[in-house]
Write a protein that binds this ligand. Structure first.
Ligand code: HMG
Ligand code: MG
Length: 306
């Protein structure tokens, strides 16, 4: 169903071109976005989120995702994914020939309203025809749940709020559900409680984790996820990103930092860290600032000393 990952222990889902660039105040060009996707694919990342087909009034940074897909070099070993909130988005994504789509819901009503302008229940009604048509067209559907460990509007979120949303996404037909710690407030304990609660309703193989690193807890939380048998991790080049509807949230955990940690553990991701660091330099020289990635910053420091 998905192209990815022969011989890989952990599959990384690179979300920088979408979750990262959707949050940049300066809009990035379709040429730059396509080049970034190409370079990330060349490093060995087999699932790359290229952008989203959402309302350009809501997230103008992601307008022209169709152009990005038009310019990207297609590869047999890379799945290009786009976020889709409704049928308008699906039709545009299919016309642009994405490999997969991702739908996105939330664990709290307030975030759902702010992010997609409807309740959680209404979002499921919108997703039904999206998934139905995707199934007919053989387009795999990934699901996201935002705010699984905390919400910018409602504060603490309990596993009991998350479990039914995850369950519903699987019932609708998602092949994988990614747990979004949108504002990066999760800790080892809250991550563990959530994963224990989810172990009653699904296999770890169908769950991905998506940690933002606001409070510097993403790597320890990923370690907990690995201990629970999870083998799909979302990350973003250089730690780019945030969420337009979660003020103050920082970027996703940096792909470089995750690869460095997993390399040290002998866990194979299929991703070449040195090449990834070059991509990081490419991105941040374009954006004219430094990366949030500790590994990228440290490597830059070492190479300047030599
Ligand atoms: P709405 O205003 O309620 O939509 O927005 P509507 O159906 O009333 O339509 C209003 C207008 O938008 C119409 O145009 C539609 O055609 C147009 P008009 O007649 O006014 O000219 N429209 C669209 N245009 C392009 N593409 C579409 C589309 N749909 C409607 N797909 C809507 C509802 C869902 C569209 C809006 O709220 C939206 O686009 N939200 C997206 C927000 C978003 O992208 N957030 C960031 C991604 S989620 C995230 O980052 C979290 C994640 O990383 C995980 C984590 O960290 O937790 C995934
Ligand atoms: Mg995110």
């Amino acid at each position: 169903m998905i192209k990815a990952t022969k011989g890989v222990d952990v599959r990384l889902v690179e979300v920088g071109p979408r979750d990262g660039l959707q949050n940049e105040p300066e809009h990035t060009s379709a040429e730059f976005r396509a080049e970034l996707v190409n370079q990330l694919s060349d490093c060995g990342l087999s699932t790359v989120e290229v952008g989203s087909f959402v309302s350009p009034k809501w997230v103008p940074q992601m307008a022209s995702t169709d152009e990005v897909l038009d310019k990207v070099t297609r590869r047999d070993d890379v799945d290009l994914v786009a976020l889709v909130p409704n049928m308008i988005g699906l039709d545009a994504a299919v016309a642009a020939d994405v490999d997969q789509i991702a739908i996105f819901s939330a664990a709290t009503e307030s975030f759902s309203q702010k992010n997609i302008n409807c309740s959680i229940a209404q979002s499921f009604e919108r997703f039904k025809p999206v998934i139905e048509k995707s199934r007919q067209l053989n387009v795999p559907v990934r699901g996201y749940v935002s705010c699984v460990l905390g919400c910018p509007y409602e504060g603490k979120v309990s596993p009991e709020q998350v479990v039914p949303v995850v369950e519903h996404l699987f019932e609708l037909g998602c092949y994988e559900v990614s747990l979004g710690d949108t504002i990066g407030v999760g800790t080892i304990s809250s991550t563990r409680s959530l994963l224990r609660a989810l172990s009653g309703i699904c296999e770890p193989a169908s769950i991905a984790v998506h940690f933002h690193d606001t409070f510097g807890q993403a790597l320890p939380n990923i370690l907990i996820a690995l201990e629970h048998g999870i083998s799909v991790i979302d990350s973003s080049i250089g730690g780019l990103g945030g969420c337009p509807y979660a003020g103050g949230a920082s970027g996703n955990v940096a792909t470089e930092d995750v690869v460095y940690m997993l390399n040290g553990m002998g866990v194979n991701t299929g991703v070449n860290l040195n090449e990834l660091l070059e991509v990081s330099e490419f991105v941040f020289s374009y954006l004219k600032r430094g990366p949030a990635s500790r590994v990228a910053s440290a490597s830059l420091g070492f190479s300047n000393q030599q």
